[in-house]
Design a protein around this ligand. Structure first.
Ligand code: GLN
Length: 239
Protein backbone atom coordinates (compact mmCIF):
# COMPACT_ATOMS: atom_id res chain seq x y z
CA UNK A 1 0.00 0.00 0.00
CA UNK A 2 1.36 3.40 -0.95
CA UNK A 3 -0.07 5.45 1.96
CA UNK A 4 -1.85 5.08 5.32
CA UNK A 5 -5.13 4.23 3.63
CA UNK A 6 -5.99 1.99 0.74
CA UNK A 7 -6.64 4.26 -2.23
CA UNK A 8 -9.15 3.05 -4.79
CA UNK A 9 -9.72 5.02 -7.99
CA UNK A 10 -12.88 4.63 -9.96
CA UNK A 11 -11.86 5.75 -13.44
CA UNK A 12 -14.23 7.97 -15.42
CA UNK A 13 -17.61 7.38 -13.79
CA UNK A 14 -19.03 9.80 -16.39
CA UNK A 15 -18.05 7.45 -19.24
CA UNK A 16 -17.43 3.93 -17.98
CA UNK A 17 -20.01 2.57 -15.62
CA UNK A 18 -22.63 0.28 -17.14
CA UNK A 19 -24.66 -2.33 -15.26
CA UNK A 20 -23.79 -1.07 -11.81
CA UNK A 21 -20.01 -1.43 -12.20
CA UNK A 22 -19.69 1.27 -9.53
CA UNK A 23 -20.62 -1.54 -7.15
CA UNK A 24 -17.08 -2.88 -7.61
CA UNK A 25 -15.71 0.18 -5.78
CA UNK A 26 -18.33 -0.18 -3.03
CA UNK A 27 -17.56 -3.86 -2.50
CA UNK A 28 -13.80 -3.35 -2.37
CA UNK A 29 -14.13 -0.45 0.06
CA UNK A 30 -16.55 -2.35 2.28
CA UNK A 31 -14.50 -5.54 2.40
CA UNK A 32 -11.34 -3.58 3.18
CA UNK A 33 -13.04 -1.54 5.93
CA UNK A 34 -14.51 -4.68 7.46
CA UNK A 35 -10.89 -5.82 7.88
CA UNK A 36 -10.05 -2.57 9.63
CA UNK A 37 -8.25 -0.95 6.68
CA UNK A 38 -8.84 2.77 6.19
CA UNK A 39 -10.03 3.36 2.61
CA UNK A 40 -10.29 6.34 0.30
CA UNK A 41 -12.39 6.03 -2.87
CA UNK A 42 -11.61 8.65 -5.51
CA UNK A 43 -13.96 9.13 -8.42
CA UNK A 44 -11.93 10.65 -11.26
CA UNK A 45 -13.97 12.07 -14.11
CA UNK A 46 -12.72 12.07 -17.69
CA UNK A 47 -11.91 15.81 -17.57
CA UNK A 48 -9.64 15.32 -14.51
CA UNK A 49 -6.04 14.10 -14.16
CA UNK A 50 -5.66 10.57 -12.94
CA UNK A 51 -3.52 10.27 -9.81
CA UNK A 52 -0.73 7.77 -10.40
CA UNK A 53 -0.21 6.74 -6.78
CA UNK A 54 -3.39 4.86 -5.89
CA UNK A 55 -3.45 1.19 -4.96
CA UNK A 56 -6.36 -0.09 -7.06
CA UNK A 57 -7.81 1.30 -10.30
CA UNK A 58 -11.24 0.23 -11.52
CA UNK A 59 -12.32 0.65 -15.14
CA UNK A 60 -15.94 -0.23 -15.86
CA UNK A 61 -18.01 -1.12 -18.90
CA UNK A 62 -19.29 1.34 -21.44
CA UNK A 63 -20.96 1.76 -24.77
CA UNK A 64 -18.74 2.13 -27.84
CA UNK A 65 -18.54 5.95 -27.93
CA UNK A 66 -17.66 6.46 -24.25
CA UNK A 67 -15.27 3.51 -24.45
CA UNK A 68 -13.32 5.07 -27.36
CA UNK A 69 -13.25 8.46 -25.64
CA UNK A 70 -12.19 6.91 -22.33
CA UNK A 71 -9.29 5.08 -24.01
CA UNK A 72 -8.13 8.27 -25.76
CA UNK A 73 -8.18 10.23 -22.50
CA UNK A 74 -6.36 7.52 -20.57
CA UNK A 75 -3.67 7.37 -23.27
CA UNK A 76 -3.26 11.14 -23.25
CA UNK A 77 -3.22 11.26 -19.43
CA UNK A 78 -0.58 8.57 -18.90
CA UNK A 79 -1.43 8.23 -15.18
CA UNK A 80 -2.61 4.64 -15.43
CA UNK A 81 0.61 3.59 -17.16
CA UNK A 82 2.66 5.25 -14.42
CA UNK A 83 0.55 3.56 -11.75
CA UNK A 84 1.01 0.13 -13.36
CA UNK A 85 4.77 0.71 -13.59
CA UNK A 86 4.71 1.35 -9.82
CA UNK A 87 2.84 -1.90 -9.13
CA UNK A 88 -0.77 -0.74 -8.75
CA UNK A 89 -3.66 -3.15 -9.22
CA UNK A 90 -5.99 -2.66 -12.20
CA UNK A 91 -9.39 -4.29 -12.60
CA UNK A 92 -11.18 -3.76 -15.93
CA UNK A 93 -14.70 -4.84 -16.84
CA UNK A 94 -15.93 -5.31 -20.42
CA UNK A 95 -15.15 -2.00 -22.21
CA UNK A 96 -12.69 -1.33 -19.38
CA UNK A 97 -11.12 -4.74 -20.04
CA UNK A 98 -10.97 -4.34 -23.83
CA UNK A 99 -9.28 -0.95 -23.62
CA UNK A 100 -6.41 -2.39 -21.56
CA UNK A 101 -5.39 -4.37 -24.66
CA UNK A 102 -3.66 -3.23 -27.86
CA UNK A 103 -6.81 -2.44 -29.87
CA UNK A 104 -10.59 -2.77 -29.89
CA UNK A 105 -13.49 -1.94 -32.17
CA UNK A 106 -15.96 0.83 -31.36
CA UNK A 107 -18.67 1.93 -33.79
CA UNK A 108 -16.97 -0.03 -36.59
CA UNK A 109 -13.61 1.70 -36.12
CA UNK A 110 -10.46 0.09 -34.78
CA UNK A 111 -9.27 2.07 -31.76
CA UNK A 112 -5.92 2.09 -30.03
CA UNK A 113 -5.87 0.52 -26.58
CA UNK A 114 -3.55 1.17 -23.65
CA UNK A 115 -1.31 -1.85 -24.43
CA UNK A 116 -1.19 -2.84 -20.78
CA UNK A 117 -2.39 -6.38 -21.54
CA UNK A 118 -1.30 -8.56 -24.47
CA UNK A 119 -4.70 -8.94 -26.13
CA UNK A 120 -6.89 -7.34 -28.77
CA UNK A 121 -10.62 -7.27 -29.44
CA UNK A 122 -12.59 -7.45 -32.67
CA UNK A 123 -16.30 -7.81 -33.35
CA UNK A 124 -18.28 -11.04 -32.96
CA UNK A 125 -21.06 -12.13 -35.29
CA UNK A 126 -23.67 -11.40 -32.65
CA UNK A 127 -23.86 -9.68 -29.28
CA UNK A 128 -23.09 -11.82 -26.27
CA UNK A 129 -25.85 -11.14 -23.74
CA UNK A 130 -26.73 -13.16 -20.66
CA UNK A 131 -25.24 -15.11 -17.80
CA UNK A 132 -21.49 -15.76 -17.91
CA UNK A 133 -19.84 -18.48 -15.83
CA UNK A 134 -16.44 -20.11 -15.76
CA UNK A 135 -13.83 -22.08 -13.86
CA UNK A 136 -11.11 -19.65 -12.81
CA UNK A 137 -7.38 -20.29 -13.45
CA UNK A 138 -6.46 -22.68 -10.58
CA UNK A 139 -3.32 -20.61 -9.85
CA UNK A 140 -5.59 -17.86 -8.53
CA UNK A 141 -7.31 -20.25 -6.09
CA UNK A 142 -10.83 -18.82 -6.54
CA UNK A 143 -14.29 -20.41 -6.72
CA UNK A 144 -16.16 -20.39 -10.09
CA UNK A 145 -16.80 -17.04 -11.76
CA UNK A 146 -20.37 -15.82 -12.16
CA UNK A 147 -21.52 -12.67 -13.94
CA UNK A 148 -23.66 -11.01 -16.55
CA UNK A 149 -22.27 -10.12 -19.97
CA UNK A 150 -23.42 -7.76 -22.73
CA UNK A 151 -20.85 -7.03 -25.43
CA UNK A 152 -20.33 -7.11 -29.18
CA UNK A 153 -16.56 -7.54 -28.98
CA UNK A 154 -14.55 -10.77 -28.93
CA UNK A 155 -11.13 -10.81 -27.32
CA UNK A 156 -8.02 -12.67 -28.45
CA UNK A 157 -5.23 -13.28 -25.97
CA UNK A 158 -1.50 -13.11 -26.72
CA UNK A 159 1.17 -15.24 -25.01
CA UNK A 160 1.90 -12.70 -22.27
CA UNK A 161 -1.49 -12.98 -20.55
CA UNK A 162 -3.37 -15.92 -19.07
CA UNK A 163 -7.11 -16.45 -19.42
CA UNK A 164 -8.96 -15.62 -16.21
CA UNK A 165 -11.35 -18.54 -16.64
CA UNK A 166 -12.52 -21.41 -18.81
CA UNK A 167 -16.09 -20.66 -19.93
CA UNK A 168 -18.84 -22.98 -18.68
CA UNK A 169 -21.77 -20.73 -19.71
CA UNK A 170 -21.94 -17.71 -21.99
CA UNK A 171 -19.24 -16.31 -24.28
CA UNK A 172 -16.58 -14.26 -22.46
CA UNK A 173 -13.58 -13.77 -24.78
CA UNK A 174 -14.53 -16.31 -27.45
CA UNK A 175 -16.84 -18.96 -25.90
CA UNK A 176 -13.78 -20.90 -24.68
CA UNK A 177 -11.94 -18.53 -22.36
CA UNK A 178 -13.06 -15.52 -20.37
CA UNK A 179 -11.07 -12.52 -19.17
CA UNK A 180 -7.32 -12.27 -18.75
CA UNK A 181 -4.70 -11.51 -16.13
CA UNK A 182 -1.04 -10.73 -15.85
CA UNK A 183 0.76 -9.64 -12.69
CA UNK A 184 -1.69 -7.40 -10.81
CA UNK A 185 -3.80 -6.54 -13.86
CA UNK A 186 -7.03 -8.42 -14.37
CA UNK A 187 -9.89 -8.02 -16.84
CA UNK A 188 -13.24 -9.72 -17.22
CA UNK A 189 -16.45 -9.47 -19.24
CA UNK A 190 -18.39 -10.03 -16.03
CA UNK A 191 -20.76 -7.32 -14.84
CA UNK A 192 -23.13 -8.00 -12.00
CA UNK A 193 -21.29 -6.08 -10.53
CA UNK A 194 -18.47 -8.61 -10.78
CA UNK A 195 -17.07 -8.11 -7.28
CA UNK A 196 -20.52 -8.37 -5.64
CA UNK A 197 -21.06 -11.66 -7.42
CA UNK A 198 -17.48 -12.83 -6.84
CA UNK A 199 -16.32 -11.55 -3.45
CA UNK A 200 -13.32 -13.90 -3.53
CA UNK A 201 -12.16 -11.97 -6.59
CA UNK A 202 -12.50 -8.72 -4.60
CA UNK A 203 -10.35 -10.26 -1.88
CA UNK A 204 -7.74 -11.31 -4.45
CA UNK A 205 -7.45 -7.66 -5.58
CA UNK A 206 -7.19 -6.55 -1.93
CA UNK A 207 -4.45 -9.10 -1.31
CA UNK A 208 -2.56 -7.95 -4.40
CA UNK A 209 -2.88 -4.34 -3.27
CA UNK A 210 -1.84 -4.90 0.34
CA UNK A 211 0.64 -7.74 -0.11
CA UNK A 212 -1.31 -9.77 2.50
CA UNK A 213 -1.17 -13.53 1.96
CA UNK A 214 -4.50 -13.99 3.66
CA UNK A 215 -7.35 -11.77 4.81
CA UNK A 216 -9.65 -12.51 7.75
CA UNK A 217 -12.79 -14.26 6.47
CA UNK A 218 -16.06 -12.27 6.34
CA UNK A 219 -19.66 -13.35 6.66
CA UNK A 220 -20.57 -14.01 3.02
CA UNK A 221 -24.04 -15.46 3.63
CA UNK A 222 -25.70 -12.92 1.33
CA UNK A 223 -23.22 -13.16 -1.49
CA UNK A 224 -23.27 -16.97 -1.25
CA UNK A 225 -27.04 -16.78 -1.61
CA UNK A 226 -26.73 -14.52 -4.67
CA UNK A 227 -24.07 -16.78 -6.21
CA UNK A 228 -26.13 -19.92 -5.62
CA UNK A 229 -29.23 -18.29 -7.04
CA UNK A 230 -27.45 -17.19 -10.23
CA UNK A 231 -25.61 -20.48 -10.63
CA UNK A 232 -28.85 -22.48 -10.34
CA UNK A 233 -30.49 -20.12 -12.86
CA UNK A 234 -27.68 -20.96 -15.32
CA UNK A 235 -28.05 -24.70 -14.62
CA UNK A 236 -31.88 -24.47 -15.06
CA UNK A 237 -31.51 -22.61 -18.37
CA UNK A 238 -29.27 -25.41 -19.68
CA UNK A 239 -31.52 -28.29 -18.52
N1 GLN B 1 -18.64 -1.56 -26.20
C1 GLN B 1 -18.09 -2.85 -25.87
C2 GLN B 1 -18.71 -4.00 -26.64
O1 GLN B 1 -19.88 -3.98 -26.98
C3 GLN B 1 -18.18 -3.09 -24.37
C4 GLN B 1 -19.59 -3.18 -23.85
C5 GLN B 1 -19.67 -3.19 -22.34
O2 GLN B 1 -18.82 -2.64 -21.67
N2 GLN B 1 -20.74 -3.76 -21.79
O3 GLN B 1 -18.02 -4.96 -26.92
Amino acid sequence: MSSESLRIVWIYPDLLSTYGDRGNALILARRARQRGMPVEVLEVRSDERLPATADIYLVGGGEDGPQALGAQRLLADGGLHRAVAQGSVVFGVCAGYQLLGTSFFAKGVQCRGLELLDLYSDRGESRAVGELAGEIDPRLGLPPLTGFENHGGRTHLGPEVSPLARVTAGVGNDSATEGAWRGKLLGTYSHGPALARNPALADLLLRWATGAHQLPPLDDTWSDRLRNERRSAVAAARA
